[in-house]
Design a protein around this ligand. Structure first.
Ligand SMILES: [Zn+2]
Length: 402
């Protein structure tokens, strides 16, 4: 299998360091989920995992949940709940939505607040090695200490320090923090500021981790210092994933932290990216009131994972019709099955085309075209093609029930 690596900007063969493919995907901050953008990311990686397993590979897949951050604290205060009550409730809702979409659970689903000792250990290592510094209970990563800092950002289209700083500032960076040596230095540990704020003990006093360090710690704790594939939305290339590389590689001295950076395009509603902060969301649970999970998956998989795309109701309707055709063909042929299915040449060719498509940077739109052809034949009672349709549909996570 070949996948496009954001860092090299090339399609590269998937060559795990040992028999196991390790995959880390940045998860959600659990509130106002699960919108179609979350669903897209989860369905793309779920399809990748199903396909790798169908090919006989073993996959160790970790996704995290950022269950503590400023947004959660604000939202919890608004709703009159504690941050952990809100986090637990919203995480359950998110997982329910993903189950409804037939997304298989990760090997490990990890909560940031369960891994704080691992984060502290990495921060200590970074200080020890001269890549981080402490001021008044806060710890920062020093971007100037790492001459390789920003390679992923550059590859992803963020060119030069001025662009990095402007982008980071739009995404929560505090350039005027007087404790920082450089306005682009990012927080590894933040001191407790308000009495009611959740905090943990550390060598630098009570506080909590920065966001980027969470993922470095959880990825390395569960998957080791070098991960085969690291995924997430394309909006995480900078600063989040760029900072993850800097933290991880400088803490362990092992490069690369990630073999293949695999980023998903953004989902738009109208002119804007679907996002919690803008509130322009299509929620999965609302879609599932009128559409099947298969229909939603067909819609998502009809877009290549790397492409940005816009949600349109008419596309949802067309995808629902397509999913209905697949299910009708699969169940019609099963009902009319009077003899045992002989593997036909056409079914075998379809199989090959399907595998070729997914081996080619997870080309799910091409894989769906194979299902279209199989469904067209199976609706006339070709049982071999119906069998292939069900088998390949399963790799795309389709249940194909009438
Ligand atoms: Zn992350």
């Amino acid at each position: 299998m070949e996948l496009f690596n954001t860092l090299s900007q090339r399609t590269e063969p998937l060559q795990p360091l040992n028999d196991e493919v390790t995959l880390y995907v940045c998860g959600v901050t659990p509130y106002d989920t699960t919108h179609l953008g979350h669903a897209a990311i989860n369905v793309y990686y779920d399809t990748l995992i199903r396909f790798l397993r169908a090919e006989g590979r073993s996959v160790n897949y970790v996704q995290n949940v950022t269950d503590i951050d400023d947004d959660i604290l604000r939202k919890a205060r608004e709703q009159g709940m504690t941050w952990d009550e809100l986090g637990r409730r919203e995480t359950e809702r998110y997982l329910d939505d993903l189950r409804a979409l037939n997304v298989l659970p990760p090997t490990n689903y990890v909560r940031a607040t369960d891994e704080i000792p691992e984060m502290i250990a990495i921060i200590e290592k970074l200080i020890e090695r001269g890549f981080a510094y402490e001021r008044e209970g806060w710890v920062y990563f020093s971007v100037a200490s790492d001459p390789t800092f920003g390679a992923l950002a550059e590859a992803g289209g963020y060119e030069g320090y001025a662009t990095w700083l402007a982008t980071a500032n739009e995404r929560g960076n505090t350039p005027n923090d007087p404790r920082k040596r450089d306005p682009l230095d990012f927080v590894l540990w933040q001191a407790r500021q308000e009495a009611d704020e959740p905090s943990w003990p550390s060598p630098w006093g009570q506080g909590r981790p920065g966001w980027h360090i969470e993922c470095s710690a959880m990825a390395m704790h569960h998957l080791g210092p070098q991960v085969t594939i690291h995924g997430g939305g394309a909006d995480l290339i900078f600063p989040h994933h760029t900072c993850e590389i800097a933290q991880s590689e400088n803490a362990t001295g092992q490069r690369p932290f990630v073999q293949i950076w695999m980023h998903c395009g953004m989902v738009y509603l109208g002119e804007e990216k679907m996002s919690k902060s803008l509130g322009n969301l299509v929620l999965v649970r609302n879609l599932l009131k009128t559409c099947s999970a298969d229909a939603v998956r067909v819609l998502l998989l009809s877009h290549h994972y790397r492409d940005a795309w816009q949600y349109i109701d008419a596309d949802m309707r067309r995808s629902a019709e397509r999913a209905t055709r697949y299910a009708a063909a699969a169940t019609h042929a099963a009902a009319s099955d009077t003899s045992k299915a002989e593997p036909s040449d056409i079914a075998q060719q379809a199989h090959q085309r399907f595998y070729d498509a997914l081996n080619n940077d997870l080309d799910t739109p091409a894989a769906l075209h194979v299902l279209d052809d199989l469904a067209a034949a199976a609706i006339h009672g070709d049982t071999a093609q119906a069998t292939a349709l069900r088998e390949l549909g399963d790799i795309l996570g389709l249940r194909l029930q009438a």
